[in-house]
Ligand binder design. Structure first.
Ligand code: CUA
Length: 366
């Protein structure tokens, strides 16, 4: 092996020219990131879209500087210190180590950069999550295979296809899913969150620009995932919103408030076999519920001993009386509340027959 006789390599004029070019490109990257007219391509429909754009600009500026420095010097050093035909065939490079000054700076600068990004990100995160007013309207959006539905206060049932919002009124939006994981993304709002069955996620924002803005599902949720981009958020003035709201109230006045009520009452409980229910219970329920412990004997969910016969707990966790029909309703619809989350029958893989058997079995627990 032939070692370089002179390990002290000094940078030459080419290095400083490349450094100047990198500095210039970095400045262009920063200026470009801050001057790029995002809203020409994507309007900012709500508060805090602008704050999120600020974060995007900071990330783009910082990221372009890092990219230009890394790629710039990588290219320069690859070319300046390339193998030459005059080199010995087994020559090795210069072993550079123990350069404290260099190591200090390449540790300190990225650390400082990451800390700045973290502070700015947490600030924006606060703006999105807790800095928004919560004294406006409260709405729900529920993802389905393959559409979104929305629930409004004082409107029975749900509203499909379009989520109407009044301009300048703060919105608290609770987001969840009825089947698989979807996502709720409105690019013009810059807000995006997964819609997870059994979990309620909250978004807060204030619509500011009237218009129609697409909602896009970005979580692969089945064969028709691709059609979950046709629905829209409609931001409109107070008068149009109110007239839409009253016509929707009138249209929905005969609907039920429980989207699962119709199918839940359709679970036929007659013919349920307790022994089959016991088997299903041990397979599907026993991981979370004790059959031998009372209400307070929680595993994950409450103990179910005497669930339909416990005078100390005449009501189920959803506040309904502990009747077979209401137990079946919870098994069918699942539960989200103070006691935690229980997936619905579809998620648990329970047929109506399974539910009938389970309810027959639960009724025998005394
Ligand atoms: Cu819903 Cu993808």
């Amino acid at each position: 092996m032939v070692e370089n006789k002179d390990p002290a390599v000094h940078v030459d004029r080419g290095f400083w020219i490349v450094t100047a070019v990198i500095a210039l490109l970095s400045v262009l990257g920063v200026v470009g990131s801050y001057r790029f007219p995002i809203t020409n391509y994507l309007p900012e429909a709500v508060i805090p879209a602008n704050e999120i754009d600020s974060l995007a600009r900071l990330l783009s500026a910082g990221g372009s500087v890092v990219l230009i420095i890394v790629i710039g010097y990588l290219l320069y050093f690859s070319i300046a210190f390339r193998g030459r035909s005059s080199d010995s065939p087994n020559a090795v490079g210069v072993p550079v180590h123990d350069n404290v000054r260099l190591e200090f700076w390449w540790t300190a600068l990225p650390t400082a950069f990451i800390i700045v990004l973290a502070i700015f990100s947490v600030y924006i995160w606060r703006q999105i999550n807790i800095g928004q007013p919560n004294n406006g309207i409260v709405l729900e959006s529920i993802g389905h295979q393959w559409f979104y539905e929305f629930r409004y206060p004082k409107v029975k049932g749900t509203v499909p296809n379009e989520m109407h919002l009044p301009v300048n009124v703060p919105v608290t939006l609770h987001v969840t899913s009825a089947d698989v994981i979807h996502s709720f993304w409105v690019p013009a709002m810059r807000l995006k969150t997964d819609m997870v069955p059994g979990l309620v996620t909250t978004l807060r924002f204030t619509p500011m620009n009237p218009g129609r803005y697409p909602i896009i599902c970005t979580e692969f949720c089945g064969v028709q995932h691709g059609v979950m981009n046709k629905q829209v958020v409609v931001i409109e003035d107070k008068r149009s919103f109110n007239s839409w709201l009253s016509s929707t109230q009138a249209k929905n006045k005969n609907l039920s408030d429980n989207p699962n009520a119709a199918s839940a009452s359709a679970v036929n409980l007659s013919g349920g076999v307790a022994s089959a229910g016991q088997q299903t219970f041990s397979q599907k329920c026993a991981a979370c519920h004790s059959a031998t412990g009372g209400f307070s004997q929680r595993i994950v969910g409450p103990g179910l001993k005497a669930v339909m016969h416990d005078s100390a707990h005449p009501k189920l966790v959803d506040g309904d009386p502990a009747t077979p029909e209401n137990v079946a309703k919870i098994v069918h619809n699942g539960y989200t509340g103070d006691m935690g989350n229980m997936p619905n029958a579809q998620t648990n893989g329970l047929s109506d027959k399974d539910i009938a058997n389970l309810v027959a079995y639960l009724a025998t627990l005394k």
